[in-house]
Design a protein around this ligand. Structure first.
Ligand code: SF4
Length: 319
C-alpha cells in the first residue's frame, strides 16, 4: 500500500483506482518553459494544455464585433482567422500540431478548443501523461536536487471541464509525490466536482493556486456567462489554496469593466490580488498598450503582469 494521507480519509488506493479501466485525458500539448504570466512569472514550469473549452473568445484583438451570443444567432461558430484555416482545409492537410499556423485574433489556443482540430490532440492514460510530463523536466522529477521545484500548470482550453474526474488519479500517481505547486489557469466558470474539492482540501502535499482569468467583453463572451463570483468563491474554500484574478485588457473601457468585475467578486466574498495583463499575442500588439496598462495598475491599485513568453519566445506553440 502506498503511503498517502488521503487514503486514510476514505479515498480509494492508487492500486484500486488503477484497477478501473484506464480513462484517458485529451491534451493538445505539454511543454517545459518559464511561467510567463501572473504571480509566478519566471518560475520553471511544466504546462499541460487540456482539450476543450466552454468559451470561444472570438473577439480578442478585434473591434466593434458582436458578442458571442449574437454571433451564434448569426450562425458564426469560429473566429474569422480560424474559419479561414478551416475553409482552406488546414486542419486536414497539416501533419503535426506544432505545424499549425499561429493566429493573432481570438483565442490563441484555437487548436485546443475547436472540435475540427481535436485529432491533433493526444489521448493518454494518467500513467502516460505522468511519464510525458516528467520527461520534460530537467531531472525527471518535480523537485530538483538544488531544492527548486518545477511547477505544474494545468491550462487549456479550460482545464476544469470534465477532466477533473482524472485529477485525483493524476496527483496521487507515485511519480507525482514530490510535486509542490500546481496552478490551474481557469476561466473561472466551472464548479469543482465534490470528489475533487474534497481531495484538494484534504491533501497538504502541494499548494494549489487558482489563476482566475474571467473573460471581459473584449473577449466576445457575454458578462452573464463569464463573470461567476460564486465559482471563484468555491475555489477560495479549498483549504490551503491561493487565488488571484487576472484580466486581459486592451483599452480604457476595459479598465472600467475590471472595476465592475472586481466589485462583483468582492460582493461574492472573493478578496484577492488583481492582475492586469495587456492584450496581444505578438510583440507588435502587446507593446502598443503595455505602458497604459502598467499606469492603470499603478493608479488603481492593481498588479501588472507581463506576457513574458511573448518577449522571450514570440507567439509560438510550446511556450
Ligand atoms: S477561455 Fe481561454 S481557452 Fe477558452 S476560448 Fe477563451 S481564451 Fe480560449
Amino acid at each position: 500500500m502506498i503511503e498517502s494521507p488521503v487514503f486514510e480519509k476514505g479515498y480509494p488506493s492508487y492500486e484500486a483506482v488503477n484497477r478501473k479501466p484506464a480513462m484517458k485525458l485529451r491534451y493538445s500539448e505539454a511543454f517545459y518553459s518559464v511561467q510567463g504570466e501572473g504571480k509566478f512569472v519566471g518560475v520553471p514550469s511544466v504546462f499541460l494544455r487540456t482539450f476543450g473549452c466552454n468559451f470561444r473568445c472570438m473577439n480578442f484583438g478585434l473591434k466593434n464585433e458582436p458578442m458571442r451570443d449574437e454571433k451564434q444567432k448569426q450562425g458564426i461558430k469560429h473566429n474569422a482567422e480560424v474559419a479561414e484555416l478551416i475553409a482552406k482545409d488546414v486542419h486536414k492537410t497539416t501533419k503535426e500540431f506544432n505545424d499549425l499556423p499561429i493566429i493573432h485574433t481570438g483565442c490563441d489556443t484555437y487548436a485546443s478548443i475547436y472540435p475540427e482540430f481535436k485529432h491533433f490532440n493526444k489521448q493518454a492514460t494518467v500513467d502516460e501523461v505522468v511519464e510525458h510530463l516528467l520527461s520534460l523536466t530537467p531531472e525527471g522529477k518535480w523537485t530538483m536536487d538544488n531544492g527548486q521545484d518545477i511547477h505544474l500548470i494545468m491550462t487549456g482550453g479550460e482545464p476544469l471541464l470534465a477532466w477533473q474526474r482524472l485529477y485525483v488519479e493524476l496527483f496521487e500517481h507515485p511519480r507525482m509525490r514530490d510535486l509542490k505547486n500546481v496552478t490551474f489557469e481557469t476561466n473561472t466558470t466551472q464548479p469543482l466536482h465534490d470528489d475533487f474539492f474534497n481531495y484538494l482540501t484534504d491533501q497538504d502535499r502541494f499548494t494549489v493556486t487558482w489563476s482566475c482569468s474571467p473573460k471581459l467583453s473584449v473577449s466576445g463572451e457575454p458578462w452573464e456567462t463569464a463573470i461567476k463570483p460564486s465559482v471563484a468563491y468555491e475555489y477560495t474554500c479549498v483549504d490551503g489554496s491561493d487565488i488571484y484574478l487576472k484580466f486581459v485588457v486592451a483599452s480604457q473601457d476595459d479598465f472600467e469593466e475590471v472595476t465592475r468585475a472586481v466589485q462583483a467578486y468582492r460582493d461574492g466574498g472573493v478578496e484577492c490580488p488583481v492582475y492586469l495583463m495587456p492584450l496581444g499575442g505578438r510583440s507588435e500588439e502587446y507593446n502598443l498598450n503595455v505602458q497604459e496598462v502598467a499606469e492603470a495598475c499603478m493608479e488603481r491599485g492593481w498588479r501588472f503582469t507581463p506576457r513574458l513568453h511573448i518577449s522571450l519566445f514570440g507567439n509560438a506553440w510550446g511556450t
